[in-house]
Design a protein around this ligand. Sequence first.
Ligand SMILES: [Zn+2]
Length: 174
Amino acid sequence: MDAFTIKLTDLEKGVENFDFYFEAEDINDISSDISNNKSNKTHVFINARKFDDSIYLEGRITGNIELICVRCLEKFNFKIDKNLQMFFMEEDFRPEDDEIELEKKDLSTFYYQDDVIKLKPHLLDIIALEIPQHSLCSEQCQGIDYDKGFGEENEQNDIDPRWQKLKNLKLNNP
Ligand SMILES: [Zn+2]
């Protein structure tokens, strides 16, 4: 069976649980804010219910994704924990009227063909929406620490080298 797909024949009992796993190779392409960490991964749990003319999916996406802070460029761990609800209907039920289709989209209704629900693009969309637009390691992030390279010397003086010149000026002043 292809990964990230549910066949209607899998739902013979009416209700069935599925577990899917995204590895770094899928996740790291979602956004440039995601680091290339090989351990990036998410688990997708799905409970599928078959109704007369639709399939109702509910579940949860959990995982750890390493992001790059847009201010300081340091990497930090982002926990993803998102509940999902999706309705799938057969392609034949797709409304022809564009406006109706838009409304349906708001309700997270999707369509499948040939008795196979292909979940991969939908799940990647959900994960992408959870990634913050401007990822920050913390709200208080001060940005890039330009003094970092000065190390011990900086600690001893306890003076920002940019102010050192000013200090000298003062001392030289009679
Ligand atoms: Zn930061």
